[in-house]
Design a protein around this ligand. Sequence first.
Ligand code: DC
Length: 233
Amino acid sequence: MTHLQIAIDGPSGSGKSTLAKSVSRILGILYLDTGAMYRACGLKAILSGIAPKDEVKVSEMLKTLDIDIRFADGDQRVFLDGRDVSSEIRKPEVSVAASDISSLPEVRTKMVAMQRQIAESRSVVLDGRDIGSHVLPDAPYKFFLTADPEERAKRRLEELALRGIHTQSYEEVLADIRYRDHQDSTRSFAPLVKMPDAVVIDTTKNTQEQTLQELLQCLPRELFSSAGENREK
Ligand code: DC
C-alpha cells in the first residue's frame, strides 16, 4: 500500500491543528504538527540564551539539538534534550521565537528532513506553512486555510486561556499574529505560500465542523473505507 499524504498549510490560528487532528482520527492516520518542531527549536534558543535570529549561534546550537517526536494513542509529544516540552512550547514567547528561528535555512533543512522521514514511513496528515510547497510537494491532497487576523487572535486567546495562560491581552496576541504572518510569508527560504493545486478554505465564519466537512468533501470515498487499514497499529 502506498502511503497517504495530506498537507494542510496556513497562518497561525487558521484552525490547522484542530482540523488535522480530526482528519487523522477519521482516516486512522498519523497527525504530525510540524510547528511544534520549530517551537522546540525556539525554546532551546530561549533556554540557551541565544537570539533565535543569530545564525552563527543557532548553527552551533543545532549541533547538539536533540528533538524527539513520539506518538502515543495518536497524540504527539515533543521531547527536547530528553524532556517532554509539549506544554512549554505553547507559551507566547516561544511562538515568536519559533517564527524567528524558522526563518533560518539551516534550521528548516534539519526539521524538513525529520518531517519527510516520518511522512515516508506511514500515512500522515501534516500541518505547517511549507508542507504542500516544500516538505511534500507531491502530496495528492493539499489544503490552504485562511481566516481574518482578528478572528485568529480571538481563537488564539481562547486557546491560551484553556491552557491557563493569561499573560497577553487581545491586542498583544493580534500584534504577535501580524508579526508572525509577515515574517512567515516573507522569509526567503520556504515561506508560507498557497500552491496552485491547494484547496483554499476560509475558516473565518466556519465552525470547526463546517471546516472539517469542507475538507472531507475533497477526499475520495475509498479513503474512508480503507480507514481501518490505515490505522496505526
Ligand atoms: O503552527 P505554529 O504556530 O505552531 O508554528 C510556529 C512557528 O513555526 C510559525 O510561526 C512558523 C514556523 N513554522 C514554519 O515555519 N513551518 C512549518 N511547517 C510550521 C511552523
